[in-house]
Design a binder for this molecule. Sequence first.
Ligand code: AMP
Ligand code: ZN
Length: 116
Amino acid sequence: MEDCIFCKIVSGEIPSTKVYEDDQVIVFKDLNPVAPVHDLVVPKKHYKNVMELDDKELLNHIFEVIKTVAKQENVAEDGFRIINNCGDFAGQTVKHIHFHVIGGEDLTKHVGMDHC
Ligand code: AMP
Ligand code: ZN
């Protein structure tokens, strides 16, 4: 989709620090991390948000990728957050569906995570 930052990351037009990639999903480091691990799990196909994503198999696959990445990033055992902002009132700034995977420290003591 034109003028979508994440579509441009998928196509390679905009650089990213890739953590994982397969034919359906790409995972890269968030540009403004709020914790030691802050990755964005993004389907390659453009969907605006959760309300638009109607592909159950893809949704299932996204969650499998989240688990793979959590292990790869060594946050699976200690725990991590999966955050999805859906729509304006939730503060979704990039209108291409994505799931934040955040961890690497004790997030229960964490302040300043308002924006995600
Ligand atoms: P959200 O507020 O849920 O829409 O999250 C969008 C996230 O994308 C924010 O955490 C941004 O820091 C992140 N972001 C925006 N542009 C880029 C980029 N070019 N590369 C990596 N992360 C980005
Ligand atoms: Zn897009």
